[in-house]
Design a protein. Sequence first.
Length: 218
Amino acid sequence: MGQKVNPTSFRLKITFPWKSRWITSKKEYANQVLEDYKLRQYLEEKLSHAQLVQVDIERSLTIIKIIIYVARPGVVIGKGGANLEEVKKGVERILNVSKLKKDRVKIDLRVEEVTKPDLSAKLVVERIAQQLTKRYPHRRAVKQALEKVMGAGAKGVKIALSGRIGGSEIGRTEKYFLGSVPTQTLRAIIDYYEQPAHTRSGYVGIKVWIYKGDTLSE
């Protein structure tokens, strides 16, 4: 089960809260899910240099609060808040594009700093993917990632590569461990992310599990 179920969805409501927090009618549900998807896609592209980790969305009747977690908040805010205003305008355009003037909502955009980026599975995966794309030796890239994650205070980390690793003709899977990663323990705080790397030989899938400790007492 630890390998076939997404560790984040497996622990929803027990260890992790939902990233989209709102209630709506059945008629509007699909539209709001699509809005959330477009919003996250826009922020991912716009804030790619700010090391975006997560976007939380909270909706009320008239206000939508968007919390952006990044490792480099200065890139998001910009000089005198210029970049943040530009991002806010783009968000308002996405959310209000199909609404009448009386139905338009206000945007409350907040930026939170991630103090330990090496404990973010998303940033670890993106760094490894960039290294593999630039033909960096995969074992060295993984070893450096393992050491950085454990050095940041993690209790365990697991990295899995699958596909044409190192340009091999036959695809294979390689797994690397350091510390302990209890994938089936619900109280365990495990940050998980997966993403493919587009290498010259083909796709190489990357999965990262980072065990940060337990949230509930036994």
